[in-house]
Unconditional design. Sequence first.
Length: 164
Amino acid sequence: MSKYDPLRRYLENRDAAQVPMTFADVERVLGFPLPASAKAHATWWSNNTGAHVGVRAWRDAGWKTSRVDVPCERVVFVRAGDHPIRTDPSQDFTIPPERFSLAARKLLADYASEANGDAVAAIARAVHEAAISRRRALIERIAETAMKSDVDSVDLIREDRDAR
């Protein structure tokens, strides 16, 4: 077991194609400060697995470093071409069915039947529709409470332009 295993596990659980991080983010994931050489030399972030044990952590997770910016203390991890996006179902979370209301279970069953029995697609659709509904309600609330003006925005833009 390596002290860099928390970084390996963190990257293994990312579904994105790239993960931008600050050096402080990396330290938070690791639980300890990066060595001084990581903050002074871009070569510390090389993808050469013989360099140090930290490299093995991200390489074993299927990632490599890209766009290392030592002065700004930033690095971008990108998925290595030879490692697919994680699909290990043991890493996914589950929600016990009894936590759903009867109406929610009916809705998910309907969505799953439309998606050839795919329960995950059904849940994703339900969450997506709920997010869209909440966003729509927020926009409507902003529109209702916004200060009304008799002045046309085009006229305001013209006035501003002409004043210069």
